[in-house]
Ligand binder design. Structure first.
Ligand SMILES: *Cc1c(COP(=O)(O)O)cnc(C)c1O
Length: 353
């Protein structure tokens, strides 16, 4: 059996969820969109079902999969609906929806809908991607209220730079939100993971933790006590000594400067390990850190075993997890942990906890 696997620690997931809710207070939607950031939405939702206040997904198909698997908690659609006929399923499956655009209010007004459902009205406070302008919130709120089809209207916004403690934009977004919703009733939800960890002024009724549930810390400069949930693992499947001047792999990106002991690892970009990972990206072999050398190929990659003479065929490799923070691999690949985690595929998924 090919040794490549993603080991998912559901105890760590529960630990991170509890930490998020304790840091924020109030209630927390566990964000499990995009297959729980690549960790398996059903397994993660089931693991959290006994304690999560609800789950957030991007769109209705993701919600229906959770309902079909027996998840009964509130489920929030972060992008809301795209077509009016989705509203029938919203009612049937007791989903909550974000409303961020006038066209979505039109759909609600026009569609006969037998049972009121909860809406989260999204306010654009500076990200300029989705949501009503602060001076248009009141009118949108009134239309939703007057439609008679909506139960509770919550008020939400989303931050552009909450992971930058020095950036003033988050404080400005909070102020803009508070201005826009002044005197409107309903619970508030502002905080994503970074705001939960770094922006107490954003802590209101509901948090929306995503990446922190999976233990990839968006504010790594402080020690937040998150536990990595995914270990991407494999083994050394061949060892070769190459002489100074010998090239390694596609494009000869790496050329040995000294005698080099090369370990071949069963893991490649078809598994989601980034091809653009830089020379020297950390890799753990039998618990010691060494470095990626040579280009990542589709099914394999190569690491430097020269400093680890005790390692060899069958040695355990961790590409990211407890020993190698996924944030470090992301930095070495010019991207963010979110993208790496979402893209893991083909490997076997195994669950513990
Ligand atoms: C994805 C998403 C989140 C979670 O963000 P993280 O940075 O992963 O915590 C929260 N709110 C909204 C609206 C989202 O789309």
């Amino acid at each position: 059996m090919r040794p490549a696997r993603a080991l998912i620690d559901l105890d760590a997931l529960r630990h991170n969820y509890r930490l998020a809710r304790a840091r924020h207070g109030g209630r927390a939607f566990a964000v499990v969109k995009a297959n729980a950031y690549g960790h398996g939405a059903l397994a993660c939702a089931r693991a959290l079902a006994a304690e999560a206040d609800g789950f957030a997904v991007a769109f209705i198909d993701e919600a229906l999969q959770l309902r079909a698997a027996g998840i009964t908690q509130p489920i929030l659609l972060l992008e809301g609906v795209f077509d009016a006929d989705e509203l029938d399923d919203v009612v049937r499956h007791r989903l909550w929806i974000v409303v961020h655009h006038h066209a979505q209010i039109d759909m609600i007004e026009r569609r006969p809908l037998p049972t009121p459902f909860n809406v989260w009205l999204k306010i654009n406070t500076g990200m300029n991607r989705a949501g009503f302008e602060p001076d248009a919130v009141r009118a949108a709120w009134q239309r939703l209220h007057d439609s008679g089809k909506v139960a509770e209207i919550a008020l939400m916004t989303h931050f552009a730079r909450a992971d930058e403690p020095e950036a003033l934009t988050t404080a400005e977004q909070i102020a803009s939100f508070d201005d826009g919703v002044l005197n409107l009733p309903g619970p508030h939800s502002l905080a994503n993971s970074a705001a939960i960890l770094g922006w107490p002024a954003s802590h209101r009724n509901w948090a929306r933790p995503g990446i922190l549930l999976y233990g990839a810390d968006p504010m790594p400069a402080q020690d937040n006590g998150l536990l990595p949930v995914m270990s991407l693992e494999s083994e050394i499947i061949a060892v070769r000594d190459i002489a100074p001047g010998a090239p390694l792999g596609y494009g000869a990106r790496f050329v040995a400067a000294a005698p080099t002991r090369v370990g071949l690892v069963a893991m490649g970009y078809a598994d989601g390990y980034p091809r653009r990972a830089a020379e020297g990206t950390p890799v753990a072999v039998d618990g010691s850190i060494t470095r990626l050398i040579g280009r990542v190929s589709m099914d394999m990659l190569t690491v430097d075993l020269t400093p680890l003479p005790a390692t060899g065929l069958g040695s355990k490799v961790e590409l990211w997890g407890r020993q190698v923070p996924v944030n470090q691999v992301a930095a070495g690949a010019g991207t963010i942990a979110y993208e790496l985690l979402c893209n893991v595929k083909r490997v076997r998924f195994e669950y513990t906890g």
